[in-house]
Design a protein around this ligand. Sequence first.
Ligand code: NAD
Length: 475
Amino acid sequence: MCKKFDLIVIGAGPGGYVAAIKAAKAGMSVAVVENIRVGGTCLNRGCIPAKAMIHASSLYEEIHSEANLLGLAVENVTFDYGKIVEYKQATTDELVTGIEALLDGNGVVRFNGKGTLEKDGSVTVKLKEADEEGNELISLEAGNVLLATGSVPSLIPIPGIDLKGVITSDGVFALSKMPESLVIIGGGVIGVEFATVYANLGAKVTIVEALPRILQNMDKEISQNLKMIFKKKEIDIHTGASVKSIELGGEGLIVNYEEKDKPAQATGQLVICAAGRKPNIDGLFGDGVEIEKDGKFVAVNDKFETSIPNVYAIGDIIRKTQLAHAASAYGICAVDFMNGNEPELNLKAIPGCVYTDPEIAQVGMTEADAKDAEIPVISGKFIMSANGKSLITHEERGFVKVVADEASHKVLGAQMMCARATDMIAEFTTAISNDMTVEQMLAGVRPHPTYNEGITEALEDCIGESTHTMPRRRR
Ligand code: NAD
């Protein structure tokens, strides 16, 4: 059996499925090869299920901490972990079904099986179930191939990592019982999001992070504030602490780590290894396929072309931003490039979001980045305690920061830690992508009462003083 397509996409995560739909809309005949379920890590084992669990656990925590303050009498609020898992699964399933329908509706042919790029440029698919002709292995031919197979969790090579009860983010979503205590290895994005879920639900949570601070890649003030908020939630945080081994004992498992050169231990029923992810390329390349690598990643140029003609790669298998929306954007651009078009999408500002409580979001440069790059900047900051909407919702702990070029006032970056930060950051993404200045961003009237008013105030602070901040000095 042989089928020909203008494009074969291997991997139907947010990178692959979006590219497939975009290509089909552009008139290409498209096939998608997916080994597990469409939606990839994002929908099945990442963003969507994680945010569903964060939503449920945050609401639970909020009812406990806020209801009385709002005059609500809510008693005996409990939770059923199994039902939280069911809600998470139902949310995921609904989205997956929607994407399958979208692919079908756009005429994209779906193959359920493992795809391998062969030396002659064809793609063989080891089908999960034999097709109507009884074939289990089929060969597809394409004008272009897009590799979008994403990433899988990395396990750190230490003794005890294979013990029962040591899981990765994939394992967390499969848990049917709530753990009473857990140790999280890694204080990156995955680590702090799971810490939020389980601390909200009342588990004893310990984070062990090798680097000097949690969320090391984010603005320093964000890391420091999150550490304080986590301490209030009684999350035990150890930074500068490298995990060396795991053994049985204590509440189930003991994590041995070194903190300031001294040996220490943390114990929990479960250990979540959230120490990064690696490209999912096992079995992706057939015999004799020679593709250039960039370390563990597939090497690409600015047009997402690999070293093999007409073979493109996007998403977590390339050395770029490892985020769902970045993968989608790269996929759209790759399809534009294969059709000889210049992409409209601007990839210079890709926001990063963390779904803690309060939310965290940043895009572009921090003040520290600008200093490193020797770019003179102006900056502005607004503390959300003077924002009406934040006071109404008791979310006044956050802030909005803006960084702009000193000479041109062009916005270079923004960092936020406040309610709805992950939605609001898009305003700055649009501004940076369009080279807008602080003054241009200030030209729009933001509605009242909204969290977005904090953006106006931070922008005002960049070039003078914000309205709702006490004057710094008497005039
Ligand atoms: P990460 O790289 O963000 O964090 C992993 C952390 O583990 C690092 O801080 C590292 O120092 C630490 N670590 C590694 N080895 C260690 C050891 N032996 N002892 C102690 N600490 C150790 O990776 P992640 O949190 O696993 O996330 C993986 C990817 O998924 C990232 O690219 C992330 O951006 C993405 N992701 C994004 C979101 C989101 O956008 N909200 C959510 C989840 C995941």
